[in-house]
Design a protein around this ligand. Structure first.
Ligand SMILES: *[C@@H]1O[C@H](CO)[C@@H](O)[C@H](O)[C@H]1NC(C)=O
Ligand SMILES: *[C@@H]1O[C@H](CO)[C@@H](O)[C@H](O)[C@H]1NC(C)=O
Ligand SMILES: [Zn+2]
Length: 271
């Protein structure tokens, strides 16, 4: 070993741990924080057809409710102009936490919604693939849900269907490190998040609005939905990366609003 090579080896040995420390908390060095994994899912006996069976008290409405979501959005569902509601999400210039809950991929964020005379606070947004709502019976590859609550405990969801098309700046940044949360319970970080384009997409297109339910247990009703009639777009490559992690997490389409619950109907038919 030459004197120079010796010096280089020593210098590298000293420098390498410093690089590792700088990367702690970034995608090169994921944080070890974990999140609880959902007890319900989308396959076999933990799937949507048996959510009632997982807890007959807590999840009763999943099998008996008559205003359940998701539904087909067609001309029977009320529409309003997007500018009739005020939807605002705080930007995260350094990125946000991104969590795999087993049942969905979720980003905690702050924001607000003013709609139908009520003020709501945002808790998180998350994704479904394929879409849960269907426009004129047609499904889309993905759906994004922003979940809000009001001081009176009522819930509102602002939703966007997502079609395949051109890359979207926000979605590309959300899913920047999605491979790192392939295992349920793991967390990583999104890229920088800016929502101004999403906010103007919502306010410049018509929205469907109806009173339905959570699409996951306990299927609570009285949830006000505001769904953009115009899908966002995501590029094929990003969509493929996301689908490989989420795999499948859409509840089956429910009966028309006010109609018998489809599970209750089957139970009656089998008697
Ligand atoms: C079912 O849900 C209720 C709350 O509605 C809870 O008190 C109970 O512990 C749950 N039962 C099981 C088996 O998880
Ligand atoms: C949301 O706001 C609260 C209160 O200002 C703050 O503590 C929290 O870090 C914010 N969360 C995010 C994800 O920005
Ligand atoms: Zn959802």
């Amino acid at each position: 070993m030459t004197r120079f090579a010796q010096f280089t080896a020593v210098a590298l040995a000293l420098v390498a741990p410093a690089f590792a420390a700088c990367d702690y908390g970034t995608h090169l060095y994921p944080r070890e924080r974990t999140v609880p994994v959902s007890t319900f899912g989308y396959n076999d006996l933990i799937g949507p057809l048996n959510w009632f069976g997982l807890n007959k008290t807590a999840n009763k409405l999943c099998a008996t409710g008559q205003h359940q979501s998701p539904i087909v959005l067609d001309s029977s569902i009320a529409t309003a102009h997007g500018s009739s509601i005020s939807f605002s999400v705080e930007p995260s210039p350094l990125g946000s936490e991104f969590e795999n809950l087993g049942s969905t991929l979720e980003v905690p964020v702050n924001g607000s919604l003013k709609a139908d005379g009520k003020d709501y606070t945002l808790a998180q947004f998350h994704f479904h693939t394929p879409s849960e709502h269907r426009i004129n019976s047609e499904y889309h590859p993905m759906e994004m849900h922003f979940v809000f609550s009001a001081p009176d405990k009522s819930t509102a969801v602002v939703a966007f269907l997502i079609a395949l098309g051109v890359p979207d700046l926000l979605l590309s940044s959300v899913f920047k490190h999605v491979e790192e949360i392939a295992t349920p319970g793991h967390t990583t970080e999104t890229g920088p998040l800016v929502f101004s384009a999403l906010e103007s997409h919502l306010t410049s297109n018509a929205i469907y609005t109806y009173s339905g339910s959570l699409t996951t247990p306990p299927c609570t009703e009285g949830v006000t939905w505001y769904i953009s009639s115009q899908p966002l777009q995501i590029d094929q490559v990003t969509y493929g990366r996301v689908k490989e992690v989420i795999k499948f997490n859409a509840r089956y389409t429910q009966n028309k609003l006010g109609g018998v619950n489809l599970l209750q109907n089957i139970a009656d038919e089998l008697k």
